[in-house]
Design a protein around this ligand. Sequence first.
Ligand code: IPD
Length: 275
Amino acid sequence: MGESGHAELRRLAVEVATAAGELISAGRPDRVEVAATKSSPTDVVTAMDTASEQLLRQRLRAARPHDGLLGEEEGYEAGSNGITWVVDPIDGTVNYLYGLRSYAVSVAVVSHDPAGDPDPATWTVLAAAVVDPSAGETWSAHAGGGATLTDARGTHALHAGAGPELGHALLATGFGYDAQRRAEQAAVVARLLPQVRDLRRIGTASLDLCAVAAGRVDAYYELGLNAWDFAGGWLVAQEAGAVVTDFAGGPAGSHGLIAAGTALHPVLRETLGLG
Ligand code: IPD
């Protein structure tokens, strides 16, 4: 598939993520209830997570019946052509639950070996959209086609800078839902915080990655993300010129992700020392 094919996938990603963003934003009740819990009692699902994923699946199935679908709430449904949509119906579910405005819909489309499952270690992300309905911002990218932010003022190309020296860097990170993993993440923060400008915990991995693309933070790192949390923002950051890898410099994944400008990335990777 050529660049125009990727651009077409990007348009579809934006279209469906925008529709899901409108659904979750307009349909948010004053008091959001927890419908279920997943990996731990604090890893929650709301009725809107399920409704948003159903909307995404229906629209994508109608537009591209041969593609696979991998979503946070309903898992993996294989396609027949080695193209799979990787969707997070609400990234930042805990923010959504509490009425904090940082949450997003993330939609990415990847190509992979048709005989196997989509795996971040080997897949190629072809196109992506991350829609932040509260901010009225749509982030999107396609492979080889650059990354943009569309807001009320228009569409702007994104160019991540090389990054400042570590002591001047504003970092973002996130924490998983597992208590043992959090204890490890807290130990990393305790070591890192005295060495940087400051640290933000925004609560929405896809938007953390888009923030790197736009220079709103200088870097983002996290251990333990799921593929749907990072697939869309990863492409936006990468197409904006940021470097996105795991802690050892290989493909990013659940085992680790660092996104930063070209100069800051190796310094942060060495300082984290997790590779
Ligand atoms: C979570 C958010 C959070 C990150 C967690 C993710 P969810 O996704 O992206 O920022 O720190 O690791 O699980 O559960 O809100 O879709």
